[in-house]
Design a protein around this ligand. Sequence first.
Ligand SMILES: C[C@](O)(CO)[C@H](O)COP(=O)(O)OP(=O)(O)OC[C@H]1O[C@@H](n2ccc(N)nc2=O)[C@H](O)[C@@H]1O
Ligand SMILES: Nc1ncnc2c1ncn2[C@@H]1O[C@H](COP(=O)(O)OP(=O)(O)OP(=O)(O)O)[C@@H](O)[C@H]1O
Length: 289
Amino acid sequence: MQNISLRANAKLNLFLKINGITNFGYHDMTMINQSISLYDDIKITKNDNQGIKIIDETTDIEFKENIMYKTVKIINDKISKIDVDIEINKKIPMQAGLGGGSSDAAAVIIGLDHIYNLNLSDEQKIDIAVKVGADVPFCLFGGTKYVGGIGEKINHIKSDNFLFIIIKPDENMPTNQAFMLYDNSEKIKRSTDFLQGIKNIDLDLIRKNFYNDFEPIISDKFSIIEKIKSDFYKIGASFTMMSGSGTTVYAIFDEENTRQRAYDYLKNEYKNIFLSNTTKSGIEIVSFS
Ligand SMILES: C[C@](O)(CO)[C@H](O)COP(=O)(O)OP(=O)(O)OC[C@H]1O[C@@H](n2ccc(N)nc2=O)[C@H](O)[C@@H]1O
Ligand SMILES: Nc1ncnc2c1ncn2[C@@H]1O[C@H](COP(=O)(O)OP(=O)(O)OP(=O)(O)O)[C@@H](O)[C@H]1O
């Protein structure tokens, strides 16, 4: 195999609780994550001993700063010599709580495993993934997952197919700063007890019990979060919440008609607005040769 094209799907956090700080400074989390049909296109092509090249005309990220470069380097240094050109067409908004960079990294792990016949086990993939970023293990699998630890404990759960609208406001929120704001804030006591034994995620459960510990803190900083939520509810959303460390806000709609009407209306006010559905995996292989 000489090349492989993949879709790296974004994620939404349907539920996010921060349990505390671990010994090495990262946070222990309880999350329910969902991969969605908003994706970056990635093409990996073997080159002839030309090293690692990232071809990206869609962002200003310096190529050695790209999370995909870091990912290839880990595999190159620990597992097998890698010489590839990686082309990316970036469509997932950045610093958004959508796990875009993490999904690109996961696509690189899966793509290299295929074209270099590395035969990596799930454990080996997770091991590489967690070195790159806390959200990368989830992105390797995607679908609907109960995620624990700093992001490396992944368990499958069933869920409905949800109809989303996603709005990314102009404001950005770097993840490390969001955790710092959380650490310095007054904590709201929350419980994850109700999650014990849950086998199926449906809209009713989400509406009654789900929350995101980052939401009140990031909403305090950016009033646009509450404005988007209020606009979503006014136009018929069944549930709306901020994703991850922000600033993206998503809404779930019961009916396709209501969602389409809401989208047609809200797109006049918000330029980064996306219709999106659930996907069963985080990374999809489109073609190879
Ligand atoms: C907020 C979430 O996006 C929710 O899905 C993730 O927990 C964050 O995952 P991520 O962006 O892949 O995180 P990383 O790139 O590994 O880390 C960015 C920064 O977030 C903080 N961080 C991240 C994950 C975690 N469990 N505890 C942390 O404290 C660390 O300060 C780190 O420097
Ligand atoms: N391939 C990439 N895609 C996106 N960001 C990248 C990439 N490589 C490096 N980065 C850097 O990582 C930063 C944020 O990454 P990303 O978009 O994954 O975060 P996010 O949207 O906050 O997601 P989350 O908080 O859910 O992990 C960007 O500002 C950018 O500088």
